[in-house]
Design a protein around this ligand. Structure first.
Ligand code: ADP
Ligand code: ZN
Length: 301
């Protein structure tokens, strides 16, 4: 059985694994995110400690961002502007290559998660979006088995929604845009606007309609822009499952019958769904990225 390495690099923890998407993990480690030197020393120590499992055919990294994943860029592989300033300019690929002589693939954590969800969804699903609504809002996109990237990786968490009337004059909290989607509807934005997190807000609070409206606007943009058969909504805030029917109903209302595969909330029940991979889709997706890197490497030989 071919073994791969996976690194799900997050702002609070790095989850590392050795295994494959098909057979699962043979070994895993959770490493708190400290300085880049300390963190990568612990990552390298984990992979060294598991050498007896056998050689790795590739390593996939699903990383927090923004990261430069454009192959022809001078800063390829690096973490770009991030509030975690110690990590800015850190080259995730070079840091990994320093301890592993194997093909390495780097993508965003949400693109990796989208890849894992697309695999779980099966062959009929050619276009899929994975959305995390958590500390930030991130969107990963897969088209025909490949994650979407071009000039950069997509950044749809920062699209500019129409403001909800009941949101008053809340300015939004995105340091770049104020009232972009992340600035209005991420976990910290909910806390800033309403003084409570979604898990504590009363069920009859206006919040639920406002939140559903913003996430429905993202779903409308995704459906019209990419025509995904599936939009997977994950992240801490989406643990509030009551948001799903509200988002489907609002999405149908905003589409207003124009988009024929999604005329009503019932059509959207199989399109807008919670994650199928309950266990770390970012790690699963990183195994798939690793397999793609290994296949590319064999193709180049
Ligand atoms: P991260 O985005 O940092 O990877 P999460 O996806 O868990 O982590 O998102 C954290 C955010 O989600 C926090 O703002 C928190 O308030 C919110 N959150 C976490 N759990 C829940 C929950 N059960 N219900 C509502 N909001 C939650
Ligand atoms: Zn923004």
């Amino acid at each position: 059985m071919t073994l791969f390495g996976a690194i799900e690099a997050g702002g609070t923890k790095f989850v590392c694994g050795i295994g494959s998407a098909e057979h699962g993990s043979r070994a895993t480690a959770v490493i708190p995110t400290r300085t880049p030197d300390e963190t990568f020393a612990a990552v390298a120590a984990f992979f060294a400690s598991q050498r007896a499992l056998g050689p790795l055919a590739g390593i996939g990294i699903g990383s927090f961002g923004p990261i430069d994943i454009a192959g022809d860029s001078a800063t390829f592989g690096q973490i770009l502007s991030t509030p975690k300033s110690a990590w800015q300019g850190i080259d995730m690929i070079a840091r990994t290559r320093a301890f592993a002589a194997t093909p390495i693939a780097l993508d965003t954590d949400v693109n990796a998660a989208a890849l894992a969800e697309a695999r779980a969804a099966g062959a009929g699903i050619t276009q899929l979006a994975y959305v995390t609504v958590g500390t930030g809002i991130g969107v990963g996109l897969v088209s025909h088995g490949r994650t979407v990237q071009g000039l950069a990786h997509p950044e749809m968490g920062h699209i500019l929604p129409r403001r909800h009337a009941a949101h008053g004059d809340f300015a939004g909290i995105c340091p770049f845009h104020g009232d972009c989607l992340e600035g209005l509807a991420s976990g910290p934005a909910i806390q800033a606007a309403w003084g409570l997190s979604a898990s504590s807000l009363p069920l009859d609070h206006t919040f639920w309609q406002v939140q559903a409206d913003y996430l429905a606007q993202l779903c409308v943009t995704l459906l019209l822009g990419l025509a995904p058969q599936r939009i997977v909504l994950g992240g801490g805030v989406m643990r509030q499952e009551r948001l799903f029917p509200l988002i489907r109903a609002r999405t149908a209302a905003l589409l207003a019958g124009y988009f024929h595969p999604a005329r009503d909330a019932a059509d959207l029940a199989s399109i807008i769904v919670p994650p199928a991979c309950t266990e770390a889709p970012g790690l699963q997706g990183s195994y798939l990225l690793a397999a793609q890197a290994a296949a590319r490497d064999i193709g180049q030989r």
